[in-house]
Design a protein around this ligand. Structure first.
Ligand code: MN
Length: 512
């Protein structure tokens, strides 16, 4: 990787001024890292250049790319954060600082674990430590990818340590951000170092299996192609092979019997319109016998990380089992690139939106958990009191999707209550909530929402926040907004929580 390679690649994405900045950053980093070598013996600068190249490939904004070039300067060279800020601006310095802090957080997780005694997994701690800007995590992922791809130069024990951390922390992090391709790259590399014997044997097993089925699959594929053409649908079709690590995980679930893994190879159909996805599903089910239990509509109900697709597994007349994944180009793009894809769309707005905004609406629904995480992170940083309860927000647990009557989609943690929804839509909607309708029916304040619910908040100007509502919200966001409103109304501390609940329950009973 040379400076020229990065600059040439960058001309596809950035304007002339930005390219000049990029060149400046590369020259600066090269000067600072001068004399330093990677374990491979190559000059150190090739590492930040690789990281920058990856970030350009993800179509990140220029500040993130600059920070990628500079990401190791503050930690490993004489450069100071002030230098970076003076030369490249506050935003870039902010990102470099974030990346440096992750390294420090990883080294000294101890301070954070005192804040987060109940959080066992490093993942949450790491994310909370850096949560102030998602772009920091993207830089870390690009950094990790390059370090993994040069792992052969490390001593064995280091290899194992880095491989394990990659599988336990970085791959789930990429998954949580919807970055399917990066997750897979990290998993394959990490697993190949963590358990090389198992990796090779699964690779061989896969090869043998695929050899047998590729030809049969080919005939299914051309049969389907012919039918779809006949029906006048514009589409692309290709085969996707299961990754070794996901085969490994799957085999553990089915007691090691590879015959129970139906999606070693799947056919992926990509179309232009959402409607075409359902049409193709219908056509496939007309041609072959579907396995009913394996039909998945992730379009209507996306996976928690925002993944959308239709999945179906069919049995052909000659008993071949084939999985199909059907999605639009946009869904495909998201499945592969996740947050990076949506970052691109949002980038048009000021990047400050990303950093500072407390508005859940500034991120797509499926990624609103990031905002919630950031709220906790900034409190930790400002030294605010964090209650045990607030830390219990389960960032990595299950999420549900609910809809407004207009069809807008909102992402909440499992077990969320109607008021959580109301506050997520808008603080004022929460404030004036009077009652709720879920799927058209009256719904109690203390009854949790389910995935796919359509939730309508009935508001009254005269309705205002009650103390007892504190027991009727589960998200940090709703709780914070509610507390602020209660404080304004002078309602906090004036009456004990328990008394308030009783009073409020009685009030509600008499109302309905
Ligand atoms: Mn690095």
């Amino acid at each position: 990787m040379k400076k020229r390679d990065v600059l040439e690649f960058a001309t596809n994405f950035y304007d002339e001024n930005q390219l000049l900045e990029l060149e400046h950053a590369i020259d600066y980093a090269r000067e600072k890292h001068k004399g330093q070598k990677r374990k491979s013996g190559e000059p150190y600068i090739i590492h930040p250049l690789h990281v920058a190249y990856t970030l350009i490939d993800w179509e990140m904004d220029i500040d993130t790319v600059l920070a990628g070039v500079l990401h190791d300067t503050v930690e490993d060279t004489t450069a100071s954060l002030e230098d970076i800020e003076n030369l490249f601006g506050r935003d870039v310095a902010f990102l470099v600082d974030g990346v440096t802090k992750v390294s420090q957080a990883r080294a000294g997780m101890r301070d954070l674990s005192s804040y987060l005694p109940q959080t066992k997994d490093n993942l949450s701690k790491l994310l909370i430590a850096v949560g102030q800007d998602v772009r920091v995590i993207m830089i870390k992922l690009a950094d990790r990818l390059h370090n993994l791809s040069t792992l052969q130069h490390m001593p064995k024990d280091k290899q194992i340590k880095i491989a394990r951390e990659s599988l336990e922390v970085f791959a789930p992090m990429a998954d949580r951000l919807g970055m399917g391709r990066v997750r897979m790259q990290i998993e394959e590399l990490g697993f190949s170092y963590l358990d090389p014997t198992e990796y090779k044997s699964l690779q061989n097993l896969m090869k043998k299996r695929l050899g047998k089925s590729t030809r049969k699959l080919g005939s299914v594929r051309s049969e389907v192609e012919m039918e779809l053409k006949k029906q006048g649908i514009t589409f692309e079709i290709n085969g996707r092979v299961k990754s070794i690590y996901s085969l490994y995980k799957k085999l553990k679930k089915v007691d090691g019997n590879i015959d129970d893994v139906y999606d070693l190879m799947a056919l992926r159909v990509i179309v232009e319109q959402k409607e075409d996805c359902y049409r193709i599903l219908g056509i496939l089910h007309g041609m072959y016998q579907p396995m009913i239990a394996r039909i998945k509509d992730y379009i209507a109900v996306p996976k928690p990380n925002g993944y959308q697709s239709l999945h179906t597994t069919v049995i052909t007349p000659n008993k071949q089992i084939v999985e199909f994944q059907i999605r639009t180009q946009e869904m495909h793009d998201y499945a592969e690139r996740g947050l990076a894809a949506s970052f691109h769309y949002h980038e048009q707005k000021s990047s400050k939106d990303y950093k500072k905004s407390r508005k859940a609406a500034s991120l797509p629904a499926e990624l609103q958990w990031i905002t919630q995480m950031q709220e906790v992170a900034s409190k930790l940083r400002e030294g605010d009191e964090i209650s045990q309860e607030q830390l219990n927000i389960d960032l990595f647990g299950n999420r549900i999707f609910v809809y407004s009557p207009k069809g807008d989609i909102y992402n909440l943690p499992e077990g969320a209550l109607p008021l959580d929804f109301a506050y997520l839509v808008h603080t004022d909607i929460g404030k004036h909530a009077y009652s709720f309708r879920v799927n058209g029916n009256i719904h109690a304040f203390d009854k949790s929402l389910q995935n796919g619910d359509v939730v309508e908040v009935v508001t009254r100007k005269s309705s205002s926040p009650k103390q007892a509502w504190q027991e009727l919200v589960t998200t940090t966001h709703a709780r914070d907004k509610l507390r602020m409103q209660l404080r304004k109304l002078g309602l906090i501390h004036s009456i004990s929580g328990a008394a308030a609940i009783i009073r409020d329950k009685a009030a509600r009973r008499s109302r309905s």
